[in-house]
Ligand binder design. Structure first.
Ligand SMILES: [Fe+2]
Length: 204
């Protein structure tokens, strides 16, 4: 099948190989307080989405939601699948935007937008769901303060009206839960077919 994505030099297969390589390398990076690797965290988020009957697009968003941690300057001009932009992995320079920009050409807005919104979705959920707010860990509560605390009434209304706000809020809940040390994750390769299908549909 011949696929073309405007403005993107990488083929879908390059992209899939590239993603598989990132997940491999993410096994050596710890996530959050260090109970799981970044790789396990992303796979767990996808597993939670699948278990919650999420659509394939939302499962893909869950799987790929933290990709932006692996470098914020992807330009997609790699041609050999061996991109080396995984850098400063713990340095968060708006990883939600970086991740969304990275996947949008391949998977479309339904995958990209929940990723882009999953960070503000935390402040949104804190404003609309006191049980969610009460359930935050000490670390997440601390970062919430740095992020501006729960959304104001106006912010909540604006966020809730955005396309894919509901999907982003669901993704955020799985994201928060996806750090169980004893969870046996589905390997990335098992999600490869789902990603391939979505890319084919996005390009159709
Ligand atoms: Fe995450």
């Amino acid at each position: 099948m011949n696929m073309a994505f405007p403005g993107v030099q990488a083929s879908p297969n390059d992209m899939l190989d590239f993603l598989a390589g990132l997940f491999d390398r993410a096994e050596n990076l710890s996530y959050g307080t260090g109970t799981v690797s970044m790789c396990a965290h992303m796979l767990q988020t996808a597993d939670l989405a699948a278990a919650d009957d999420a659509s394939p697009k939302l499962v893909a968003a869950a799987l790929l939601h933290d990709l932006g941690h692996f470098g914020t300057d992807f330009d997609f001009e790699f041609t050999d699948g061996s991109h080396t932009a995984m850098q400063a992995a713990t340095d968060d320079k708006r990883h939600e935007d970086a991740g969304a920009n990275m996947v949008r050409p391949f998977f479309g807005a339904e995958v990209a937008e929940p990723i882009r919104l999953h960070v503000p979705a935390k402040r949104y959920l804190c404003a609309i769901d006191t049980a969610y707010l009460d359930g935050l860990t000490e670390t997440t509560r601390h970062t919430l303060g740095l992020q501006g605390g729960p959304m104001s009434a106006d912010e909540t209304k604006s966020f809730g009206a955005l396309p894919f706000a509901a999907e982003a809020a669901r993704l955020r809940r799985w994201d928060d839960l996806a750090m169980a040390a004893d969870h046996v994750t589905t390997p990335f390769e098992d999600y490869r077919g789902l990603l391939e299908d979505l890319m084919a549909k996005c390009n159709a």
